[in-house]
Design a protein around this ligand. Structure first.
Ligand code: PEP
Ligand code: MG
Length: 770
């Protein structure tokens, strides 16, 4: 077998499996394709047995008796399949029946195929199943076969996981899942989509799919409740596309050959093709939503073109795809205005949810977030926290279109998503929700109590903010001020840079709301995962690229505008300036010069601009090692544990695959924080922590013990942390921090800290699912 051919075959098989409508179809096409590619007599796939924990069941075969599918069951650690799964390694035998683990199933007829090669299907570190190929004794499998099957299994993991999820959501023979918590025999509705806890809390709401604009493959399977309105929308979109194409076409004829422009006019022929229009209208009449109908008919055309013998006509498939995207773009534009369509309890679901998507949900309706990408450290998760709604991130293979419109339970503690949950799950989650509500009520009593440890040491508790919408929750939480105002959010939700006057208006509202209480305003921190739609940045490593202060210093006009706006609005509050992503003293010096320049410009205009305290964020390792030099130049330091953890541990804060490695209790992070606190205090400067670590009861407790002066967090977490502080003496927090100093891994620290919380009766604060 040629390596190139194998790769092509694998690619084709993976694609087929990913597109299959259900698990059974996916598995059948895989076993047939693999048997041929492996030149074996038999290929079978075994998946976990839903009836026996740890057991395996034959789910598809090409070569064994088809009747044995779903009948051949192997208990935990049973048979050669059990051995492959246990060892997570290939097993290659010339004569399977001589192996002590061999189990014979007469119904399979496998006695004819003693040569056995089994490999595990691994996905995200878990054994999802086993692929086994078999052959006659005369044709044993060699090492090359083993490595090929191993490669295949590694590539197919994602596709099989995806098909398994489909099976859970659309059980075979049940068709579409019924709505609203209907219990289905067999506990299928108890199955969940696994992800990562992003923002804590549990909720029940209706999924609302968010799609990358104009992408055919991500259009949902929705039904229409207004076919006439949908047909009208389709005709408007056609007219808009027609006009756009005609204009483009005539401008092209001026620049390119007539003949090439003619090719371009092929688009117009399709748009004006009555057959195409009739088919879309018929699909809508059959009940499809307009975007679904366009997707399906466009796909039919694409397939028809792709199958044509004439190479010229085959090329038209690409035109058709392009045209489909254009029509969708027009339909989506028209659709975007309909705010009223968001369900009362909206749970946003998407491949990648942006802060903009969250901001566009009408006030009071956002209930939760489910994202295929990202982790707890992603800005969307942080924003969800700020909104006080749970988020589950990193749900790989999330079938967005299928979930759209369905009822979902979002468990931001354990990182689980239940679609159309069973009554049992609903009951469980209602209980959790009630417990949460009771805890919140209990915590409200602490609102006006001072932020002090049991023995009276005061720790300042600030809230993080970014949107005007989170001013109120911050005030209600009893925050002593704002420890981190992320100014990039008002920049992200616009289609151009906000003017100086606009910025003054926004900042002033925040400053005024807090009166005498300090508001720490961080200058623009874009780049990384926070991209402005009007300043596209394309980089291979955005988190190591043009981010935060680096970008501000390269664009002093943007930076100075913001600084002037801050100084102007500062007359209405008690303001401190914070600089993000400081990596060198030169950068800090440059930024300080620009801060003085902005103030100087205002003073020269005769405006009042008193000096404001300035702080630097410590969020990259280089800053940790220069703490003293940085501290001498500013009034305070603020540790951003989200980025500091990302950079110290080399773990992308947005990458679900490595999210389990992202832990701010890692000794490297806690040692760095110790160092920053000691050196800053040595220079007489206070230290605050404004990353998510401060919002975690374990993290907040540890940071207090390390001598951090201020903690800043999402408003929703503030009273929990206050409860923690008030339950411990300074001596006990120090003792816990001292013990953590010698820990060699995060797990040890976390479990000791959790025990300490439990001992003080704070078990209710410990994150579930850990
Ligand atoms: C941090 O990095 O910890 C931080 C507070 O900043 P952001 O999350 O906005 O990057
Ligand atoms: Mg940061």
């Amino acid at each position: 077998m040629q390596a190139g051919n194998v790769l092509k075959t694998l690619h084709r098989l993976t694609e087929q499996a990913a597109k299959a409508p259900d698990l059974q179809t996916a598995l059948r096409s895989l076993v047939t394709g693999l048997r041929q590619a492996m030149e074996g007599e038999v290929c079978s796939i075994y998946l976990p047995d839903p009836e026996v924990e740890g057991g395996w069941v034959l789910r598809a075969t090409d070569g064994l008796n088809p009747e044995s599918v779903d009948r051949v069951q192997l208990g935990p650690g049973e048979g050669l399949v059990g051995l492959v799964a246990r060892e997570e390694e290939p097993v290659n035998l010339d004569s399977a029946q001589d192996h002590p683990w061999f189990r014979y199933f007469p119904e399979t007829g496998e006695e004819r195929f003693p040569a056995f090669l089994g490999v595990p299907i691994l996905h995200r570190g878990q054994v999802l199943g086993v692929i086994a190929v078999q052959g006659p004794e005369s044709a044993p499998f060699d090492e090359q076969h083993a490595s090929l099957l191993f490669t295949a299994a590694a590539q197919l993991g994602g596709a099989i996981a995806h098909a398994q999820i489909l099976e859970r959501l659309v059980p075979p023979h049940h068709g579409e899942p019924e709505l609203s918590g209907a219990a289905v025999p067999g506990g299928i509705r108890d199955a969940f989509l696994p992800g990562l806890g992003g923002a804590q809390g549990v909720t029940l709401g209706t999924a609302w799919a968010v799609y990358p604009p104009a992408d055919l493959s991500s259009v949902a399977d929705r039904r229409t409740d207004d076919p006439e309105g949908d047909k009208q929308a389709f005709h408007h979109a056609l007219a808009a596309a027609d006009q756009e194409l005609a204009e483009l076409g005539s401008s092209l004829t001026e620049r390119i050959d007539e003949e090439d422009a003619d090719l371009f006019h092929a688009y117009l022929h399709i748009v004006r093709d009555k057959g195409f229009q009739r088919r879309v209208a018929a699909a809508i009449d059959d009940g499809a939503w307009v975007q679904t109908a366009v997707r399906d008919v466009v796909r039919e055309y694409i397939t028809a073109f792709e199958n044509m013998d004439d190479p010229y006509l085959r090329e038209r498939a690409a035109d058709m795809r392009d045209l489909g995207r254009r029509l969708l773009a027009h339909l989506q534009q028209a659709n975007a205005a309909g705010e009223s369509e968001f369900p009362e309890k909206t749970v946003l679901v998407g491949e990648e949810i942006s802060p903009l998507n969250m901001a566009s949900v009408p006030e009071g309706r956002l209930q939760g977030v489910i994202s295929a990408t990202g982790s707890a450290g992603s800005h969307v998760a942080i924003l969800a926290h700020a909104f006080g709604v749970p988020a589950v991130m990193g749900v790989e293979d999330l079938p967005v279109g299928l979930i759209d419109g369905k009822s979902v339970v979002v468990d931001g503690y354990s990182g689980r998503v239940y679609v159309e949950p069973s009554d049992r799950i609903l009951e469980e989650y209602r209980r959790l929700e009630a417990e949460e509500a009771a805890l919140t009520e209990r915590l409200t009593e602490l609102r006006d109590e001072p932020n002090v440890t049991k023995d009276g040491r005061s720790i300042t508790l600030y809230a993080n903010t970014g949107l005007l919408a989170d001013i109120d929750p911050a005030l209600r939480s009893g925050a002593e001020g704002i420890g981190l105002y992320r100014t990039e959010l008002p920049f992200l939700t616009r289609d151009r840079f906000p003017s100086e006057a606009e910025q003054v208006r926004i900042y002033r509202q925040v400053f005024e709301a807090f009166g005498d209480r300090p508001v720490t305003i961080r200058t623009l921190d874009i780049g990384g995962d926070k991209l402005l739609p009007y300043l596209p940045i394309k980089e291979d490593n955005p988190f190591l690229g043009w981010r935060g202060l680096r970008l501000a210093l390269d664009h002093p006009e943007i930076f100075l505008t913001q600084l002037r706006a801050i100084y102007r609005a500062a007359a209405y509050g008690n303001v401190r300036i914070l600089l993000p992503m400081v990596t060198t003293v030169e950068e800090l010096d440059q930024a300080l010069t620009l801060i003085e320049r902005a103030r100087g410009e205002l003073l020269a205009d005769g405006e009042d601009a008193p000096e404001l305290p300035v702080g630097a964020m410590i969020e990259v390792p280089s800053a940790v090692f220069q703490t003293a030099a940085l501290a001498r130049r500013v009034n305070f330091l603020s540790i951003g544990t989200n980025d500091l953890t990302q950079y110290l541990l080399a773990v992308d804060r947005n990458n679900a695959r490595v999210a389990k490695l992202f832990d701010s209790l890692h000794p490297a992070v806690t040692h760095a924080i110790h160092r920053v606190v000691d050196e800053a205090h040595g220079e007489g400067r206070p230290v605050s922590v404004c990353g998510e670590m401060a919002a975690d009861p374990v993290g907040g407790l540890l940071l207090t013990g390390m001598g951090v002066d201020e903690l800043s967090m999402s408003a929703g977490a503030l009273l929990r942390i206050k409860w923690v502080l008030r339950s411990f003496t300074t001596a006990r927090t120090r003792e816990l921090a001292d013990l953590a100093w010698s820990d060699e891994c995060a797990r040890t620290t976390r479990s000791r800290m959790e025990t300490a919380l439990l001992d003080e009766g704070l078990g209710g604060l410990i994150r579930a699912g850990e």
